[in-house]
Design a protein around this ligand. Structure first.
Ligand code: PLP
Length: 389
């Protein structure tokens, strides 16, 4: 059967038929504990009853209207999402279907903002080495990793990559006469769960504000509560000009969002941008359940506690095969002695789903609803496969 699909993914040898909470079941009835959430998408786990109910009710009522019209559910969702992102300055939203599409919107807004205010030529977008911003040609152009760039050129012009962490380099790269925006993941996901330092983000925010360069946080993987705050950039107490979200925002239904603050909220004018499915009522109904559940202090505190429990347990093994454990909330990276890819296969065999992020880093992004008992079970499996030669 898999011969019908293009050869884009290195798939593990398993086919799933059902999900419940933190568990997936394969065609043979074997159960797997999910420490990956479909790469940060199934934020509330599988088959979360309020999410299923909302989607079923919405599907029966209204699945789609084109963007000539408004739907009550999409309207309610947009209002709640903007409110959830208001602490970092967000005022308005454009709804899309994926992370790449959200980032495309962000780049367009930054370029138009700059063009209208400063004229032609000030269109560069600075991003960081090791970043991941998507798979479309423009978001690949924004992605600061060579390995994604081979074979697909020519790329969209006007992207500049700098290594993170170097304040002087950042200062020089943010050239006021050429740069429209800085696009940054507060915690880099795909390249190994690497949080930026508070000093770096604070400096970036200060330079962007002084030079009227839009500060854009790609929160597609680290946002929606994953880091223990609704947005990961909230850990740094800075305001943002643009925030992009996707993945876990509707609990598994495709969605993307680009939000903008005071400066950029009204940059898009009529007919500047659009998306057939963007913000459709079905995705919005899932999004409402996620926002109502996750954007809550006690729920976010539990994400932090569960993440610390996992990190403390792995550190506590004190085993030479574990080189480093890092992360925020339920976004955890573990550097190991051997190859991460091989470990994914071993974990699968043992009934645990984990992810990798780079050649030697295991990545854990469990659903927020995972129980303490399930965490202990997963940690037990991990210990066996990592620490047993
Ligand atoms: C930080 C970040 N940005 C953008 C994307 C692209 O999202 P999508 O695959 O939904 O287009 C991803 C996906 O992994 C991501 O982690």
């Amino acid at each position: 059967m898999s011969g019908f699909f293009m050869n884009t993914y290195h798939r593990l040898p398993v086919t799933f038929v059902k999900g419940e909470g933190a568990w997936l079941t394969d065609t043979g009835g074997k159960k797997y504990l999910d420490f990956g959430s479909g790469i940060a998408v199934n934020s509330l786990g599988h088959g979360y009853p309020p999410l299923v109910k909302a989607l079923q009710e919405q599907a029966a009522k209204l699945i789609h209207t084109c963007n000539y019209y408004m739907s009550d559910t999409s309207l309610a969702f947009a209002e709640k999402l903007v409110a959830a992102c208001a602490p970092v300055g967000m005022k308005k939203v454009f709804l899309a279907n994926s992370g790449a599409e959200a980032n495309e919107g962000a780049v367009k807004i930054a370029r138009k903002y700059s063009l209208k205010k400063y004229g032609q030529g000030r269109h560069q977008i600075v991003t960081l080495k090791g970043s991941f911003h998507g798979r479309t040609i423009t978001t690949l152009s924004a992605t600061g990793q060579e390995k994604f760039h081979k074979d697909f050129g020519p790329f969209t012009e006007g992207f500049v990559f700098i290594p993170g962490g170097d304040l002087g380099l950042l200062d020089r790269a943010l050239d006021q006469s050429q740069v429209a925006g800085l696009l940054i993941e507060a915690i880099q996901g795909e390249s190994g769960i690497l949080p930026q330092s508070a000093e770096y983000i604070t400096h970036a925010a200060k330079l962007c504000a002084e030079r009227d360069i839009l500060l854009m946080f790609d929160e597609i993987q680290c946002g929606v509560g994953r880091s223990g705050k609704f947005l990961a950039c909230e850990h740094y107490s800075v305001k943002s000009d643009i925030v992009t979200l996707a993945k876990g925002l509707a609990g598994g239904v495709p969605i993307g969002a680009v939000l903008a603050g005071e400066k950029a909220a009204d940059v898009f004018e009529n007919s500047d941008h659009g998306s057939t499915f963007g913000g459709n009522p079905l995705a919005a109904s899932g999004g409402l359940v996620v926002l109502d559940t996750v954007n809550n202090g006690a729920f976010l505190a539990e994400i932090v506690r569960k993440g610390e429990k996992i990190m403390a347990a792995v550190r506590g093994w004190n085993h030479p095969a574990v080189k480093e454990v890092r992360g925020l909330g339920l976004m955890i990276g573990v550097d190991i002695e051997g190859e991460a890819g091989a470990m994914l296969e071993k974990a699968l065999e043992a009934g645990l789903l984990i992810l990798s992020a780079g050649p030697n880093t295991l990545r854990f992004l469990p659903p927020y609803t995972i129980s303490d008992g399930e965490i202990e079970q997963g940690i037990g499996i991990l210990r066996k496969i990592i620490c047993t030669p």
